[in-house]
Design a protein around this ligand. Structure first.
Ligand SMILES: [Zn+2]
Length: 334
């Protein structure tokens, strides 16, 4: 019996420590004093079974144990409540926020959705280095030395004059065209770098989504068809595209693509700066010189290429109004 009493005191001490942390003194009380299952209640029921001598010894001792435990529980409870209610740093009205498991970045989600479309049409997905040589970033893309785009004002050099942070994903186009034989259908999602001052719509780096096709008898109609199908996939069947001539050194002819503003249906609003159209990408037929410099016979093969800004696309898809929010780690779009 004495051993049993000692054991109870030991177990109680550790139960009490746990209760002081959780504040759950009711469960602790019931464990020892519930009428049917309480440890002390059961012990009290054993008293009549003891011999008269033992009853004289253990009766008072069990009583004392019972009083001790009740007193300790009540004083611990009072102390706990005092601390919790008087400590201004503990706010009992705060609702615990829901457990957050995180999610894929809006840019990654946009890339995966776009990949889905292009994979269906037989495109491969390519990736490549962000630190690039001027050969792949400029020369093979028909941008000769001294071209304004190769200027220090626009390009971040790792080591002048020929190691730099790629300024467009076209560098991967040059790599693929150099290393592989046509027919080729490839898309390249990736990060690119420009020497820009950060503001709501520009950053020193951003994401591009580049695509190109090289095969026999590829015409600008294939390019227009691909872009139309792609924008319908992404924005719905009711979109209206406008194609116009635009100069890009790596393509000839170059074609700018605008989408009719979806907010004002072409009437003019703040989003489209009263123009009714929003420029969505640059494209064109791959330049004769580019194919030649990448080792592809331009007399036998032709191809088209297009490149679009992923950040703006993700921003309009997720209604994010400042490009810097994409890289701030803010979780409000989850
Ligand atoms: Zn508009």
């Amino acid at each position: 019996m004495q051993g049993e009493i000692n054991d109870i005191r030991k177990v109680f001490d550790s139960d009490l420590r746990a209760a002081k942390l959780s504040g759950d003194f009711d469960t602790l009380y019931l464990k020892y004093f519930s009428k049917t299952q309480g440890i002390i209640s059961l012990l009290l029921k054993k008293i009549p079974e003891l011999t008269i001598e033992d009853r004289k010894i253990f009766g008072p001792e069990i009583n004392e144990l019972q009083n001790d435990l009740k007193r300790v529980i009540e004083s611990a409870r009072a102390e706990y409540e005092e601390t919790v209610t008087s400590d201004p740093s503990i706010d009992l009205t705060v609702i615990e926020p829901p457990y957050n498991t995180g999610m894929m970045h809006p840019i990654t989600q946009t890339i995966l959705e776009m990949n889905k479309f292009f994979r269906y049409y037989g495109f491969s997905i390519a990736e490549g280095p962000e630190i690039e040589s001027d050969e792949y970033n400029f020369r093979k893309l028909n941008l000769p030395e001294g071209h304004p785009a190769t200027d220090l004002q626009d390009t971040l050099f790792v080591r002048e004059p020929n190691i730099l942070l790629r300024t467009h994903t076209s560098s991967i186009e040059a790599r693929v065209l150099t290393e592989y034989e046509p027919p080729l259908r490839v898309v390249v999602p990736g990060k690119v770098y420009r020497n820009e001052t950060a503001n709501a719509s520009n950053l020193g780096f951003f994401h591009q989504y580049q695509g190109f096709v090289v095969d026999k008898n590829i015409t600008i109609q294939h390019l227009k068809g691909t872009l139309e199908a792609f924008h319908k996939f992404l924005f719905g069947d009711d979109i209206v595209l406008r194609f116009r001539y635009k100069y890009y050194p790596e393509v000839s002819p170059g074609m700018g693509v605008d989408m009719q503003c979806r907010f004002c249906a072409g009437m003019g609003c703040v989003v489209c700066r009263q123009k009714g159209w929003i420029e969505v990408l640059g494209s064109g037929m791959i330049h004769y010189n580019t194919l030649k410099m990448c080792g592809i016979d331009p007399e036998e093969y032709t191809g088209f290429a297009f490149g679009m800004g992923l950040d703006r696309l993700a921003m309009s898809k997720f209604e994010i109004n400042d490009i810097r929010k994409l890289y701030s780690g803010e979780m409000i779009y989850v």
